[in-house]
Design a protein around this ligand. Structure first.
Ligand code: MN
Length: 418
């Protein structure tokens, strides 16, 4: 597949994140426009509500874009998803009719503020990257017990909080919590000093289910993907996590990138999960390539200046696909809902520079990394701006995700002083 040509000239650059091949979905506002659904094309945003009101888009159900979230379109199902993508492809193609009229529904991305693209119904985070699980497990429990005995058989996860999801660009306040360090005899209440990132992909469930679904059915239920940073307070997590898993250490915030990259746009980049030590049970078995070849990068800028790349990896490093995670999530009969967000788990590769969390990069703080500015980091410092970016690389085009950023604000002096 090569670059599809659009009449929006910035979309024809081989380096744009948003060529006609991509068409990701977001929610934007400007000085004059309330938040509304839009599609990224080059350096512009195509206003779905304006396009629908002008009769350019018609999903056969009256006006559907009069809400500032994509959940309603998700719930209309995969046939509608395909119909919308086809209409957008036709409208934005270099061969489109009425190009002069269509220009009136474009907004420069530079003038727009981005919002959460969908109402997060529920949020589940997994732990499905083998290198990450091995590294963290080694630090927490020793090399012999690094991978729990269930790890190679089921994608391990925990139910997170939908209320904690924020859009890229939101500041992240360093949390307080209960902490008991290895040298403390008793726990204390203090700001987290081991505040960390987790480089993940988020899969967005687009349809409802009420009972177990197969891996194939799960794949069909997924609407698209975002970048996801699961901010993690390691000192709070280490004390609280046994035996029920992460809780307050993961509840401060989770940032997502503002554009939902659809499964359709990622189709050319599907790839297989890795070779398995144990065959999975039938209901979790791979039935086709369900991971994606997406290059991922983490950068850190102290006080927002002097950006250093601190990790490079790829989504294909995951042991379980999102489809397998969703299938597993439903096995008990757990109803799944349009707007559910599934975090992949931290994505790390086998090499040190491929690790998607500071706890792995600095090996628990024992071996700090050095930034391009010469500063050293074991965990996040106040003022650090962290950016996740990701792109699938095609033949002369990119399917980009748009950045997922967040800046660390200092902990409050007294979190109960209101
Ligand atoms: Mn996580």
């Amino acid at each position: 597949m090569t670059l599809f040509q659009s009449w929006v000239s910035s979309a024809n650059s081989p380096s744009t994140a948003f060529p006609l091949n991509n068409l990701p979905y977001g929610v934007f506002s400007t000085k004059d426009k309330d938040p509304r659904c839009g599609v990224a094309i080059g350096d512009m945003i195509f206003d779905c509500l304006a396009a629908e009101e002008a009769g350019y888009i018609d999903l056969g159900d009256g006006i559907v874009f009069d809400v500032p979230f994509w959940n309603d379109v998700m719930e209309m199902g995969p046939n509608t998803w395909k119909q919308l993508r086809n209409q957008l492809m036709r409208l934005l193609s270099v061969q489109a009719a009425q190009q002069e009229n269509l220009k009136t529904v474009l907004t420069p991305m530079a003038e727009a503020e981005m919002h959460l693209p969908f109402i997060i119904a529920e949020y589940t985070d997994f732990y499905a990257g083998r290198h990450h699980a091995t590294n963290v497990g080694t630090m927490f429990r020793g090399a012999k017990n690094a991978l729990p005995s269930n790890w190679l058989h089921i994608p391990i996860g925990y139910n997170g909080r939908a209320s904690s999801i924020v859009v890229s660009g939101s500041d992240i306040r360093r949390p307080w919590g209960q902490i008991k360090g290895p040298n403390d005899t008793l726990p204390r209440f203090a700001p987290s000093m081991r505040f960390d990132i987790e480089l993940e992909m988020g899969a967005i469930v687009g349809t409802n289910s009420d009972g177990p679904v197969t891996v194939d059915e799960a794949d069909q239920m997924i609407f698209g993907y975002v970048l996801l940073n699961d901010w993690s307070a390691r000192d709070i997590q280490a004390w609280e996590y046994q035996p029920l898993g992460p809780f307050q250490g993961k509840a401060t915030a989770t940032s997502i990138s503002p554009w939902i990259v659809t499964k359709a746009a990622l189709e050319p980049f599907r790839c297989q999960t890795p070779v398995r030590e144990f065959e999975l049970l039938d209901h979790l078995r791979d039935t086709g390539p369900m991971l994606y070849d997406i290059d991922l990068l983490v950068s850190l800028a102290p006080q927002g200046k002097g950006n250093s790349t601190i990790a490079r990896t790829n989504y294909k490093e995951m042991y379980y696909s999102s489809a397998q995670q969703l299938a597993h999530h439903s096995t008990s009969g757990c109803p799944m809902t349009a707007g559910d967000l599934l975090g992949s788990g931290t994505i790390s590769g086998p090499e040190r520079h491929q690790r998607g969390a500071l706890i792995e990069l600095s090996w628990g703080g024992k071996n700090p990394i050095t930034l391009d500015t010469g500063e050293r980091r074991s965990f996040l410092e106040d003022g650090d701006e962290v950016t996740l970016s990701g792109a699938a690389h095609g033949d002369g085009f990119i399917i980009g995700f748009g950045d997922c950023t967040g800046t660390i604000l200092p902990a409050l002096t007294d979190p109960y002083n209101r």
